[in-house]
Design a protein around this ligand. Structure first.
Ligand code: PMP
Length: 431
């Protein structure tokens, strides 16, 4: 029985379970599966929800509301009507929100690179001439870490709790070290833990004294409206909180429609204080003559207001909530009694974060790979790809069909148990 409490099993029980799991794993390998739980991609059924976009704005409909010919160059910061709709979604005044193409990650990269090359506009030195660091709440999003690694910026992991980063650790670090210039935050339904920053954490981030006068919060609100339950979890207004705390330029806000409309062909946004928006705009002007206004018009016709966004997200939820429910059910059925794994139950977002015994995550990922189940590489949720405990695995249930997801999760739990039993056997041998 796979619900045996592994840590407290007798040597005989462990040996029998090991043989049974080995056999189950051999069967999985023989089944020649090709399943993928790696990237948080929308499923085809989710992309279908926005297929109307493929016919919009429609032949002849190229005029913006003010009469501008959207086919032509210009309009560097995006159409005001689009910025107003998405400003409501991301809690930023439309005038302080820039639409900047199909990828918010590209905007994050731009912002970091501009600060490295030119500084943040606070009168401080460019970040590039110095050895600077960022705080990285972990587990976190690998692409955030990749941006910093490529630029030689030191990453300091800090624990991410259910209500945000461990602020005792964060406050001590930023108060002491003027070379700590930033922190990555995924404040709602975080990738991969599902954490949601509490009002207290937001207030502390906004008000904490920092040794660096050009300290910035990179507020990646990628899952702002991506609820998985009836509860539309609320997030405090970071911009207003920073302003009220006397740190109006502290937050750089990012968001996109990648997991709202079409992941590869959506809109992305940068928001912040008027001063920060002007700062980025200056560099955008060097990089482009303007964004894809036809795509903006297309999105404006499809999602003319925030209420339309809410409706669409309810339809996404109908597609993906059953996938999360299924994965959580199988994890509970197969692992709950074993005492070797814990996992998050997110209220939104795209991921479940799985904790296996220390030293087991890479082995579990390797066992799954042998069985044709692709998992996010162990360590990916940590800076430099190094999970010091080798215990975290990010699970992404949205993309596979329900039938594939069931097979993949069943197989995954066999690999988790097998990895844990192997470890238990070697530690028992060692005694
Ligand atoms: N931020 C987070 C936290 C994400 O999880 C993702 C996508 N997985 C992105 C940004 C990428 O956003 P975009 O498609 O707008 O570049």
């Amino acid at each position: 029985d796979s619900t045996l409490d592994i840590a407290h099993a007798s040597p005989e029980e462990l040996a029998a379970l090991h043989a049974d799991l080995r056999a189950q794993h051999r069967d999985l390998v023989a089944a020649n599966l090709s399943l993928d739980l790696t990237r948080g991609k929308p499923a085809p059924a989710q992309l279908d929800l926005s297929s109307a976009l493929l016919d919009l704005p429609g032949d002849g409909n190229y005029r913006a509301p003010d009469g501008t010919d959207a086919r032509n160059y210009g309009g560097l910061t995006g159409l005001p009507e689009v910025r107003a709709v998405w400003g409501e979604v991301f809690n930023v005044p439309g005038a302080q929100l820039i639409e900047g193409g199909n990828s918010s990650l590209a905007l994050m990269h731009d912002v970091v690179v501009n600060a490295v090359l030119h500084g943040t506009g606070d009168g401080e030195l460019a970040w590039g001439g110095q050895q600077i660091s960022f705080l990285c709440p972990v587990p976190g999003y690998d692409r955030h870490f990749t941006i910093l690694e490529g630029l030689g910026i030191t990453m300091i992991p800090v624990p991410l709790l259910a209500d945000g980063p461990d602020m005792t650790v964060v406050k001590d670090l930023v108060a002491a070290d003027p070379q700590i210039k930033g922190i990555w935050c995924i404040p709602k339904y975080s990738n991969p833990s599902g954490s949601v920053y509490s009002d207290e954490v937001v207030a502390e981030l906004a008000s904490m004294p920092t040794a660096a006068t050009d300290f910035r919060i990179f507020w990646d609100n990628a899952y702002a409206v991506h609820h998985l339950t009836e509860e539309a979890v609320e997030l405090a207004d970071i911009l207003a909180t920073c302003e009220a705390a006397g740190n109006p330029e502290r937050a750089y806000i990012f968001g996109s429609t990648s997991k709202i409309t079409l992941a590869g062909s959506g809109l992305s946004f940068f928001g912040g204080s008027a001063k920060n928006v002007a700062w980025l705009q200056k560099f955008l002007f060097c990089r482009t003559i303007g964004p894809d206004k036809i795509n903006e018009l297309r999105h404006l016709a499809f999602l003319p207001d925030a209420a339309a966004v809410t409706d669409l997200m309810a339809r996404h939820r109908a597609v993906i909530a059953p996938k999360f429910d299924m994965m959580l059910r199988i994890l509970a059925e197969n692992l709950a009694g074993s005492g070797v794994a814990t996992w998050t139950t997110p209220k939104g977002g795209y991921f479940i974060s799985l904790e296996v015994p220390d030293g087991c995550a890479s082995r579990v990922v390797a066992l799954a790979k042998e069985a044709g189940i692709a998992l996010t590489p162990a360590g990916a949720t940590f800076p430099y790809g190094k999970d010091p405990k080798d215990s975290n695995i990010r699970l992404a249930p949205t993309f596979p069909s329900l039938a594939d997801l069931e097979k993949a999760t069943q197989g995954l739990t066999v690999c988790v148990l097998l990895g844990a039993v192997e470890k238990q056997l070697t530690s028992t041998d060692a005694v």
